[in-house]
Design a protein around this ligand. Structure first.
Ligand code: HEC
Ligand code: HEC
Ligand code: HEC
Length: 279
């Protein structure tokens, strides 16, 4: 093989690596038409789109079941309800008109009037494939964009002061305090660690004050900031007082799982992704 040919091959090889690398770093997602936002909070007082979807699934079930049992008056009743909601998809979001199976909808209505169960069931199946196609493309992004809780506008008051902080400022402080406890404990500066622990407890108390912005019941707060977390933090304090570094390390790790990691799995990851999707 000549030198030139070898060099060409090498160049091609490098080119493939580079473009494969770029390819792996990007993935396209489809964003829904902006007109959808009027069917969600805060532009609408209800999550109209989502509730229309729940109705569609219920109506499809009723149509299928009454077709199978041959109860024609009820089959017709639910076919009409289904038709109304199905057509409302394109009334709400005109850009999605092409996603609808108008011909199969006609087939469904004719078959229901004729009491032809097999054709009803076939038409429902075909319409269902259209539902799935739209869901594969848009369902996850829509839920993230319109229903993931938004922490960007929340401000948290510091107990015993007039100051307040943004959510991410408080988070950075929590992380700094957890690490300060760990560093000071490693270096046997237990006084300093206890001081940071008191601040951590107080800041977690402040954080717990904002749950009621969105949660009317006490269970969610108890889940991340309740007994499990408080007991683990009390053990951190005991460890520091007794100079037991192992107990400090283990209990601090537990508290970080019960409070930080578990809340991040519920709230932070979804919030982060929804922020990235926002145009
Ligand atoms: C043009 C797009 C589109 C079509 C067609 C469509 N949907 Fe949806 N559907 C969505 C989107 C977007 C969501 C996500 C809504 C959300 O999470 O707030 C959704 C969510 C749902 C949900 C709730 C999510 C779940 O799995 O619990 C149900 C149920 C549902 N759709 C049923 C249906 C049925 C049944 C049909 C067909 C008869 C249908 N949809 C047709 C876009 C569509
Ligand atoms: C911006 C609104 C918002 C804030 C603030 C908020 N949450 Fe949530 N949270 C939600 C939504 C929406 C869900 C989804 C389920 C639901 O509606 O309860 C959820 C779900 C949860 C869940 C899982 C479901 C459950 O009930 O077990 C927990 C636990 C939770 N939140 C804890 C908290 C805690 C603790 C705080 C305060 C430190 C908090 N959340 C603050 C909106 C919020
Ligand atoms: C009630 C839920 C909740 C709890 C409990 C929680 N976090 Fe967070 N955390 C979040 C959310 C939501 C974000 C994203 C906020 C943002 O980026 O504005 C976040 C973001 C962060 C960030 C990134 C901040 C930034 O902007 O750089 C750090 C660091 C962090 N958390 C540390 C912690 C630590 C340490 C703990 C435990 C001591 C903790 N969090 C407990 C919900 C929580």
């Amino acid at each position: 093989m000549g030198m030139c040919k070898l060099r060409c091959l090498l160049l091609v090889f490098i080119g493939v690596c580079v473009s494969a690398g770029l390819g792996a770093a990007e993935k396209w997602v489809s964003l829904p038409p902006a007109s959808l936002s009027q069917w969600y909070k805060p532009q609408n007082e209800r999550q109209v789109w989502l509730h229309t979807m729940f109705s569609l699934r219920r109506e499809m079930q009723a149509v299928t079941e009454y077709a199978a049992s041959g109860e024609q008056p009820l089959l017709l009743k639910w076919t009409e309800r289904f038709t109304k909601h199905y057509l409302s998809i394109a009334e709400m979001v005109p850009e999605w008109k092409d996603e609808l199976e108008y011909e199969w909808l006609d087939q469904l209505r004719l078959a229901a009037q004729a009491g032809d169960s097999n054709r009803v069931i076939q038409a429902v199946k075909k319409i269902g494939q259209g539902c799935n196609a739209c869901h594969r493309e848009f369902r996850a992004t829509v839920a993230l964009l319109y229903r993931a809780p938004d922490f960007s506008a929340i401000s948290i008051k510091r107990k015993g002061s007039d100051e307040s902080q943004s959510y991410s400022e408080l988070m950075r402080e929590l992380s700094m305090l957890v690490n300060r406890i760990k560093i000071a404990s490693d270096d046997k500066k237990n006084e300093q660690a206890l001081n940071a622990l008191a601040q951590l407890n107080s800041r977690l108390g402040d954080l717990g004050g904002v749950c009621v912005d969105c949660h009317k019941d006490a269970a969610p707060r108890e889940r991340f900031l309740g007994k499990l977390t408080q007991n683990a933090l009390a053990d951190v304090g005991r460890g520091l007082e007794q100079g037991d570094q192992k107990l400090v390390g283990r209990s601090l790790g537990s508290a970080a799982v019960y409070a930080c990691a578990r809340c991040h799995a519920v709230h932070r990851s979804l919030y982060d992704i929804s922020e990235q999707l926002k145009p």
